[in-house]
Design a protein around this ligand. Sequence first.
Ligand code: 9MR
Length: 591
Amino acid sequence: MKKQRIISIISILVAFVLISSSTALADSYMLPSLSEIYKDHFHIGTAVSVASWAPKTLFSHGDIIKRQFNSLTAENAMKPDYLQPRPGVFNFREPGNLIRFAEDNDMVVRGHTLVWHGQTPDWFFRDKSGNRIDEKAVVTEEDRQLVIDRMEAHIEGVMTHFGDIVYCWDVVNEAVTDDAAHIHRQDSPWVRSVGEDFIKIAFRKAHEVNPNAKLFYNDYNAVAPYKRGRIVSMLKDMINDGVPIHGMGIQGHWSVNGPSISEIEDALKMYADLGLEIHITELDVGLDGATEEQQAERYREIFQLFKKYDHVITSVTLWGVADDASWRGDEDPLLFNRNHEPKPAFWAIVDTDKPWYVNKAECNGAVMFKNNAGENLGTLVPGEYALDSLDFKLEEAAGLEVIKGHLVTFYELEDLQGDAWHFISTDEFNGADLANKAKSFTIQYVDAANIALNKSVEANVRQDRAHRAVDGDNVSSWSPSDEPPYWVTVDLEEPYLLNRWVVKLQGTGPLAGGIAESPLNAADFKLMISEDGVNWLDADTVEGNTASVCDRDLNLVTARYVRLYVTRPTSLDINKNLVVYEFEVYGMPLE
Ligand code: 9MR
């Protein structure tokens, strides 16, 4: 009696899941919102262009900006050359558009930047006779005072105009030099005409004009060991001198290859130890030859770290919206591509605990069912489905497009029981056949593991060392040198669904130094599979290879035994020496 009740509750639950998750996603879906996702951590901002001489991303990328960000920075339109092109003539028109946009959409505005050696009109530094003060051998007190007056008047004019709407300012930008012999940039016209204390004067003035504004020092390479110590010295000196400074702006023009997470973390600690708030002010992560997936992984690690430090990081701003309007040209460093579509990097930071493609699949669909013309019949997110609850005809499906890491399994019976049929992406999907024999199916993320690892092996040559090909150690190898073909068989101990295989060849070894390409890598080889260890099928064949790492996706196959079968061990016919550091086979247990 009791058992029956439990079963009926379960079947109600199952029915509910099946019905509620059966709606196909429309092609235009609503992206998750980063500002919403990060609202308990920090502001998420973007730099936008509104200046008349640049593409106005505030408008061309407006929809993304509204949905994704809650903080705006003017990429150029609040810099001195824009705001005060001639003495006393202020231009607030275009930044006014930015302010209105922010107010209309409930966003805050970061001010960038009041005092900088870049994008600052020449007139700031000319004396009454038109000579450059910063180029004089001797700067008189009168000259110095003139430049201070102009700097203060600029700060006053700008901060008074914007008032509290601009809640923080990069008061001084990039004043620390890359030259290890100094702290301050010696060639700055500000240093040359006012002296190094122009920074303190600027902060004091800014605080006097608007005591509510948070005042930041902002710099590039601010996490790099060669520079961060000198930035910290300068900030310490300001703090000890009672200068009103509230935050450190770390620009964050980084790449997939650096700086390392530990370098960034060390710097965050150093600035936090000064009692300063931290803003990441200009984040972009250039590809630097890497793939978009590697970029996504890097963004994921970076945001994981930012979340860990959300007690000191209060704002993270990306330096642009999409790659079509980035100052870094072909480095494609942002979260949206040139067509304004979300990149893997975007999906990676939607939830930094999961791979980017899982986040994408959960929102945007994991599987697209296609008809034989290749058209989308329906796109489904991961979940459990009853065949009769689909709002498209499975009979018409002739292909599946399955997002990386996911598996579609059809079941003979309604409650995901009975015989099962598994699929990943395929153009040979027989929907009509499945509609006859299946009643339910699941779409799930399967974290495939290297199932060959440390399993028992048998080889035709050098059996004594063949285990080294599956020992998970990239330094030990199985290196037969005799007469090809060479083969090594791995007993997986139970049947698995395989979706990928990897061979790490001669060039990956410590002697070769991990080179990417070499004629000494195995040239012709294949992956063979077997149910019984007796009858073998070719699952995937590689010819003319020179790559050191051969990483291949497999159309889903099942096997209990796998075999690496090498017919040409190198591209040099006289060299018959095969070197396999690792033979990896990825999959999931069939049951
Ligand atoms: O992104 C800005 C680009 O459009 C301008 O041409 C350039 C001119 O100096 O400034 C860029 O922004 C810089 C920012 O103001 C300060 N840190 C470095 C940024 C990238 O160069």
